[in-house]
Design a protein around this ligand. Structure first.
Ligand code: GLN
Length: 195
């Protein structure tokens, strides 16, 4: 392996469901590093933004200097995957309530639009991702994607609504792939964004 640059997947580890993402990605064979600072980010070639509380994560992104560092990382073409709160952070516009974001994907999201914690639910996607079967979807206080810009492609629907979208190497899901035994969305993202 001498001279070979090993691809490392970063998982933003400031708040929320980062540990489950670390385990899921390791189970898929990825080399993973938790990211808490811009220096951590400089050591990875992809980044996952986990679920959690997007307003808290946003504050922590600013206080750690990761807000600008992640925007630069994404603009440089390093792949991002945002889960739930992560998708909210990646959106261009956020409402219910309105909040600032990283503006990486041209989508508008409505926070908690699938219901509060007690309304969390599991379901199967309408269609399939690649040659895989329907994806099992876990929604926890999930946002709804209420506007999709022309640069953004929808990869999965549930009840005719977009739940997994991407612009090139930047993917965002309103469900939690890391909480299922077969996290197809993360697996396909890893495969398709291999450098
Ligand atoms: N409701 C949370 C938010 O608005 C997201 C929930 C989640 O990540 N599971 O930030």
């Amino acid at each position: 392996m001498a001279g070979e640059l090993k691809e490392k997947v970063g998982v933003l580890a400031l708040q929320g469901g980062f540990a489950a993402h670390v385990s899921a990605l390791r189970a898929l064979g990825a080399v993973v590093r938790e990211v808490r600072t811009p220096d951590d980010l400089a050591c990875v070639t992809r980044l996952v933004l986990p679920g959690g509380e997007s307003s808290t994560q946003l504050k922590l992104l600013h206080s750690t200097g990761l807000y600008m560092a992640i925007k630069d990382f994404a603009a440089a073409g390093y792949p991002l995957f945002g889960t739930c709160a992560g998708a909210i952070l990646m959106a261009r516009d956020v409402r219910d309530p309105e909040q600032d974001s990283l503006n990486i994907l041209d989508i508008e999201v409505s926070r908690n639009a699938w219901g509060r914690q007690v309304n969390s639910f599991e379901a199967d996607s309408d269609g399939t991702l690649g040659d895989r079967g329907r994806s099992h979807l876990v929604f926890i206080r999930a946002p709804r994607i209420c506007r999709i810009g022309s640069s953004v492609e929808v990869l999965l629907h549930y009840h005719d609504e977009a739940v997994l979208v991407r612009k090139g190497v930047h993917w965002a899901s309103t469900f939690h792939p890391e909480l299922t035994s077969d996290p197809v969305a993360l697996k396909v993202w890893l495969q398709k964004t291999k450098s």
